[in-house]
Design a binder for this molecule. Structure first.
Ligand code: SAH
Length: 394
């Protein structure tokens, strides 16, 4: 085994590592043997000398060490292959319902800093830390060997990499990657354009919720899909026999793809509107429009607990606006993808909104991210996507 430098942590941190917590902050470190380079593998020890685990260090980052494992072993091909095959196993059941899923979800799959999405025969990869960057060639060869993709495309996130002192470039890493990839999800088909899409291509975390929400659609329903992106929720609703579906998003690119997806699935009575969702709901109210199902799936309104209050206000405003557009008996699905906003916060915003609009609500269901984005109690923020399914009383 290659000799790794030692990092000594506070006694209070030792227990956290043993129970699986994967992050060590700068102020938890007592000493680093010699000067470790960004991304270098290190051995973690308690003050008394006891071995705690293996991780990688980046002195540039507040999260100074990310832990791989609590065994004393090398981080080699066998280790990575083991993690990939465990991740594949966890997603086994999803293969019956979709050809696209997140294969590796970073810390939640014990591979901090690495995200891999599978889109049919292709992979989109994010290498977001210096530690993972050092393992890049090995990771790529393991992915090629286990998944045998026709192509791999890099979609690493600049906002993470710049904090780690790394440059970012989107590019093909292996094989060939076409302009558009066809995927299937619960019988609906979608085109994913990796090169022009947001994040790693498609909002896979909402898969199960798209299907669940669509189950409430009845013939004759008018559906409003706010923050629609490429049409995920609305397409499933149209499949279930909605009379009309309206997609609203600020991104022209996303709406163009939504239109493509509508054609692909031979759906009718679908319209797109490029607009700010807050604006749109005010205008629709003035025009006297009504809907039976509304989906609200905005981008993260709060990155930290400090901005939580303004996020809750934004939710209250959105939910109030939607309740005014909802027919009695209609259903509203509200989501937050920010770890700083809790389900309680969305409930609180809903309660205020029901007061604002004089409507009474039933909570039909609580929703969370699909299983390819594992929620693990010992991983911070691993539960980030939550939703509330509400019915407006007649
Ligand atoms: N529901 C989608 C994912 C939504 S992601 C799905 O299932 O695939 C959030 C979307 O909100 C993005 O497409 C982004 O372009 C859009 N967006 C961001 N701010 C917006 C705003 N103020 N009004 C409307 N859309 C907005």
């Amino acid at each position: 085994m290659k000799i790794m430098k030692k990092v000594i942590v506070k006694n209070s941190t030792a227990g956290k590592i043993t129970s699986g917590f994967p992050w060590i902050y700068r102020n938890e470190i007592l000493a680093v043997e010699e000067s470790a380079e960004p991304g270098e593998l290190v051995r973690l020890h308690a003050r008394g000398g006891a071995f705690l685990g293996i991780g990688y260090v980046n002195p540039l980052s507040q999260i100074t060490v990310r832990v791989f494992c609590t065994e004393d072993r090398s981080i080699d091909k066998e280790f990575l292959m083991g993690k990939i095959s465990k991740a594949l196993q966890k997603r086994h059941d999803l293969r019956e319902v979709t050809t696209a899923y997140r294969l590796i979800h970073a810390e939640a799959d014990e591979l901090p800093g690495l995200v891999v999405d599978r889109y049919a025969d292709f992979l989109a990869v994010q290498i977001n830390t210096a530690g993972m960057e050092r393992l890049r060639p090995l990771i790529l060869s393991c992915l090629v060997e286990t998944v045998q993709p026709a192509g791999i495309y890099e979609k690493s996130e600049e906002k993470f990499r710049s904090k780690e002192g790394l440059a970012t470039e989107e590019k093909v890493l292996h094989g060939r990657v076409p302009e558009s990839i066809l995927i299937e999800e619960y019988g609906a088909r979608f085109i994913v354009r990796l090169k022009e899409s947001q994040k790693t291509g498609f909002y896979l975390d909402q898969r199960r919720n798209r299907q669940r929400v669509a189950l409430y659609v009845r013939a004759g329903f008018d559906v409003l899909d706010l923050f629609s992106n490429t049409g995920g929720f609305g397409i499933h609703a149209a499949f279930r026999g909605a009379r009309s579906v309206r997609f609203v998003d600020v991104s022209a690119t996303a709406l163009r793809q939504a239109e493509e997806n509508v054609l692909l699935n031979q759906l009718k009575a679908v319209e797109t509107a490029r607009a700010d969702a807050f604006h749109y709901i005010r205008e629709a109210y003035e025009k006297g429009r009504f809907f039976d199902l509304i989906i609200v799936d905005p981008p993260s309104f709060a990155q930290t607990r400090r901005t939580r209050e303004s996020a809750v206000r934004a939710f209250r405003q959105l939910i109030s606006g939607c309740l005014r557009l909802l027919r009695g008996g209609g259903v509203l699905a509200v989501f937050s993808c920010s770890q700083a906003v809790s389900l309680e916060d969305i409930k609180e915003a809903s309660l205020k909104a029901s007061g604002d609009t004089g409507s009474r609500l039933d909570i039909l269901d609580y929703l969370l991210q699909d299983i390819d984005h594992p929620v693990r109690p010992h991983i911070p923020n691993s539960l980030y996507l939550k939703g509330l399914l509400l019915r407006k009383e007649v």
